[in-house]
Design a protein around this ligand. Structure first.
Ligand SMILES: [Zn+2]
Length: 158
């Protein structure tokens, strides 16, 4: 059996538009302004896609799904993740596990972790996914609450 690891990373600033929804792993987190960026700026979905694509030896998310391309322009990022999973399964890979760190000073993510994991596992498979919240501890842009940063590692098996 061949195993491969991939690392995904993403960062988005909070939007200036107070009406922008905050969406992480497809979960709408109320009570806080959303992230700026293309599509729904779902940084968890984006980092997860890049971890899987990296492990499978594909180009990154921005290359495969350019924001300029009509089909993905206003797409839900979780739909992109489903497309990525279909792509790598088509290559014969099965998903071992994913470990995801969400670095955010605000909002508090603990109440949303179960829903985030459930959404991810609906695409990636039951029992594959761990989501861990971290804080910036006042250091740097994340510590000042200017945005959200996500790291993801994925293990694939074939
Ligand atoms: Zn992103």
């Amino acid at each position: 059996m061949t195993i491969r690891v991939g690392l995904g990373y993403d960062i988005h600033p909070f939007a200036d538009d107070a009406d922008r929804a905050l969406v992480l792993a497809g979960v709408h987190i109320g009570g806080h302004v959303g992230l700026a960026g293309h599509s729904d700026a779902d940084a968890v979905a984006h980092a997860t896609c890049d971890a899987l694509l990296g492990a499978a030896g594909h180009p990154d998310l921005g290359t495969l799904y350019p924001a300029s391309e009509g089909r993905w322009k206003n797409a839900r990022s979780m739909d992109m993740l489903a497309d990525v999973v279909e792509r790598i399964r088509g290559d014969g890979w099965s998903i071992g596990n994913l470990d995801i760190v969400v670095n955010a000073e605000v909002p508090r993510l603990a109440p949303h972790l179960d829903a985030m994991r459930a959404n991810l596992e609906a695409v990636l498979g039951a029992g594959t996914t761990n989501v861990k919240p971290k804080r910036g501890e006042g250091i740097g842009s994340i510590g000042r609450g200017e945005g959200i940063q996500v790291f993801a590692v994925a293990l694939l098996e074939r």
